[in-house]
Design a protein around this ligand. Structure first.
Ligand SMILES: *Cc1c(COP(=O)(O)O)cnc(C)c1O
Length: 405
């Protein structure tokens, strides 16, 4: 294995810092990832050397900025194997992407239509649909979970009908790490004529999705989860759908002609990119994809699975340890509690030892409700984490338990 984690760690300046006197152990990767120098440098380079507004300047640096922005779109297109770069809309992230689609479907659905949402979803894939249903009267049906934290596939099949117009499932659950069988979900939904939106926010740092092979209708991600900057992400949509949907926001860049009598809209993708976009964000997003592809997704997956198995086995030895989410296919996320201890208290003490974990509901309250708990401690690993960090984490966790018991 040519995976040299110590060398990789050199790429991430933040990993050298201390927190509360201890070296930072960053196990909150499911919330956001750290950024390699290559990405940070691309941001500094943009602002230092060619900061300019895009698409409208005749001058040189505006052209350079436009080229860099459109080049980023091409990198995203290639990475996700999308046929046409016009099917890639640059958004501020997954939340924005989902709201854009929900807005687009408001007038396409009516009260006899149904949409299926999985119980595993992040709030950002629940609330926009509830808001849409308030307007058009469409009904939400929920695909339930199993005790292992997987989707109940038989229930999904039973819920599908001719009334089903849309299906929403995340590719990977941020709360439990479950990898959903999206390929079969997509093809089953298509048999009933339903469109499918896959929330790829949690998947994209672990799995390289081939969107043509998946034949998915919509796919979203956020760059900050995959070593890119915050405030930038993408929506992939099949052209047939994007053309049917009205623009989400009005403004500059998204028009073809404006008079006070009537405005006509620009074509794809600009129809959905009103105003000055996050130019530097897009550039950083493209750089992050370059970085990950250079490491190789197979190597990343192999190494992260090793970390997951190592940590799971060690944590299981701690008395009172209970893990939520034991899907056969999962990413390097461990959601757990210890005895009756409150996740927040454990997280607070771990922070005193320099360890960053997430505690609480992880923006997925229905998942917590399913298990009848108020929250969990979530440790999520990335390819720049090490087994030594996991050893230190387990030791610190035992100290925290002793202090709280
Ligand atoms: C992080 C995440 C989101 C939300 O992404 P934002 O970047 O906050 O818009 C949605 N779904 C899943 C599965 C996530 O992990």
């Amino acid at each position: 294995m040519a995976f040299d984690v110590n060398k990789i760690r050199e790429d991430f300046p933040i990993l050298k810092r201390k927190v509360n006197g201890y070296p930072l152990v960053y196990f909150d990767n499911a919330a956001t990832s750290q950024k390699p120098s290559k990405v940070i440098d691309s941001i500094v380079d943009y602002y230092s050397n060619y900061n300019s507004n895009i698409h409208r300047g005749v001058h040189s640096i505006s052209q350079e900025a436009t080229d860099a922005y459109e080049d980023a779109r091409k990198k995203i297109q290639e990475h996700f194997n999308v046929k046409d770069s016009n099917e890639i809309i640059l958004t501020s992230g997954t939340t924005h992407s989902i709201n854009l689609v929900a807005n687009g479907f408001t007038n396409l659905l009516s009260k006899d239509d149904e949409i299926l949402i999985s119980e595993l979803e992040h709030h950002s894939n629940i609330v926009p649909w509830q808001m849409m249903c308030e307007k058009n009267g469409a009904k939400i049906k929920v695909i339930p979970l199993t005790s292992k934290g997987e989707l109940n596939y038989d229930s999904f099949l039973n819920l599908l009908s001719k009334k089903t117009k849309l299906v929403f499932v995340n590719h990977v659950s941020n709360a439990l790490g479950t990898i959903n069988p999206i390929k079969s979900i997509i093809s089953k939904a298509h048999e009933f004529g339903a469109a499918v939106l896959i929330d790829g926010a949690q998947a994209s740092s672990h799995i390289k999705a081939d969107l043509q092979e998946l034949n998915v209708d919509f796919y979203t991600t956020s760059a900050h989860k995959l070593c890119g900057p915050t405030g930038i992400g993408m929506l992939f949509g099949k052209k047939e759908w994007l053309n049917k949907m009205p623009p989400y926001q009005g403004g500059g860049e998204m028009i073809s002609e404006v008079t006070f009598e009537k405005t006509t809209y620009a074509g794809l993708p600009h129809k959905f990119e009103a105003g000055t976009p996050n130019i530097v964000g897009a550039i950083g997003f493209g750089m992050a994809l370059d970085y990950l592809n250079n490491l190789g997704f197979d190597s990343i997956e192999f190494y992260e699975t090793e970390l997951l198995n190592y940590a799971t086995n060690k944590l299981k030895e701690i008395p009172g340890f209970k893990m939520y989410g034991e899907a056969k296919h999962k990413t390097s996320v461990i959601s757990f509690n210890i005895g009756e201890l409150h996740s927040y208290d454990i997280g607070t003490i771990l922070d005193k030892f320099g360890i960053a974990v997430r505690t609480g509901q992880h923006c997925a309250q229905p998942v917590m409700d399913y298990f009848g708990i108020s929250g969990t401690v979530r440790a999520s690993f990335s390819f720049y984490n090490t087994k030594e960090e996991i050893d230190y984490f387990c030791k610190s966790l035992e100290r925290a338990v002793a202090m709280l018991s």
